[in-house]
Design a protein around this ligand. Structure first.
Ligand code: NDP
Length: 287
């Protein structure tokens, strides 16, 4: 009998469709780099099969899984506990399984914050946030928990912007206001951080979010959640005006790092993960 171990640690993702999600390549490259005998299984789970998939993960003693669309809210009813930000956001994209107990987290906003902290300390800063979907909601709550001074949430549908602003005001020490997005948005003077959290730019390097780029100010941090292509037109316009651009690859990599820390207690190599995504997206450092 051999005393080798042929049983891998199991992690993965439940979503549908899932075939275009590169997270498996990013995380398995980092598992290999760390010498970890762990797998990340990318599973296509239809809405009606979520309960069975969660039970299956527990039965097979997975240590955790990510949830993407359409499961981020639906998964909550199968969990035993929620981390603070996930409770406030009302959505879970990362579940840790310990002794059969399921704990829900939201690593989207945390991934963004980890990326942002590489260029600026958000505490006390003024933020202009474009969009009010799931990504914007997670980012706004984490910015609030990180004690930003004020967030202006701008969205075409103003009711969604107000919901997020109220969430920040009611659950964190930060102030927030909502604004309807009409025509070319102007970034207010005194803004420290501008964030595109809309889907504009995804898969289209020429698409420009409706913002007057001449209202961006030198020295501002301008961030985009779009991971592919990473150097969006918005970020290129910002860079030309002396702003510090922050691409969506950092958010994607960091939410992966944070998820694996929750599951395995191991910190993966962010550089290996980012390079894997760059290779997949065919992106250079310059974008
Ligand atoms: P949602 O569908 O929940 O929200 C989309 C948002 O974009 C809404 O606020 C919508 O406004 C706005 N929007 C869409 N088109 C336009 C437009 N033409 N002009 C102005 N606003 C527009 O999506 P998510 O929040 O889940 O995701 C948003 C983006 O974030 C996606 O592209 C996704 O790839 C990216 N993302 C990146 C992550 C990363 O790790 N880098 C993680 C998660 C998401 P309205 O409400 O008015 O329709």
């Amino acid at each position: 009998m051999s005393n080798q171990n042929f049983r891998s640690i199991l992690t993965g993702s439940f979503s549908t469709p899932c075939a275009d999600n590169p997270t498996v390549a990013m995380i398995e490259a980092a598992y290999r780099h760390a010498g970890l005998d762990a797998r990340y299984i990318n599973c296509d789970v239809k809405a009606g099969n979520l309960a069975a998939a969660v039970r299956g993960a527990v039965a097979m003693e997975w240590v955790g899984f990510n949830c993407s669309l359409p499961h981020k809210v639906a998964v909550i009813e199968y969990l035993d506990e929620l981390a603070e930000a996930a409770r406030i956001i009302g959505a879970v994209n990362c579940v840790a399984i310990r002794d059969g107990r399921l704990v829900g987290n939201n690593t989207d906003g945390k991934g963004f914050l980890a990326s942002l902290r590489e260029v600026i300390d958000p505490a006390g800063k003024k933020v202009f946030l474009l969009g009010a979907g799931g990504a914007a909601r997670a980012i706004a709550v984490e910015l609030g928990l990180a004690d930003v001074a004020h967030i202006t949430v701008v969205n075409r549908d103003p009711a969604k912007a107000e919901t997020i602003a109220a969430l920040v005001r009611d659950n964190t020490k930060s102030d927030a206001t909502a604004r309807p997005w009409v025509g070319n948005a102007r970034v207010p003077e005194g803004t420290d951080i501008v964030i595109n959290a809309t889907s504009v730019g995804l898969g289209d390097a020429d698409a420009m979010v409706e913002v007057d780029p001449d209202t961006l100010a030198k020295g501002q941090v301008v961030a985009d959640v779009i991971p592919n292509p990473p150097m969006t037109r918005f970020l290129r316009e910002a860079r030309q005006r002396g702003c510090t651009p922050l691409d969506g690859l950092g958010m994607l990599v960091n939410q992966g790092v944070i998820g694996v820390e929750l599951w395995l207690g191991a910190t993966l190599d962010a550089g290996v993960m980012k390079q894997t995504l760059r290779d997949i997206f065919g992106a250079s450092d310059a974008g």
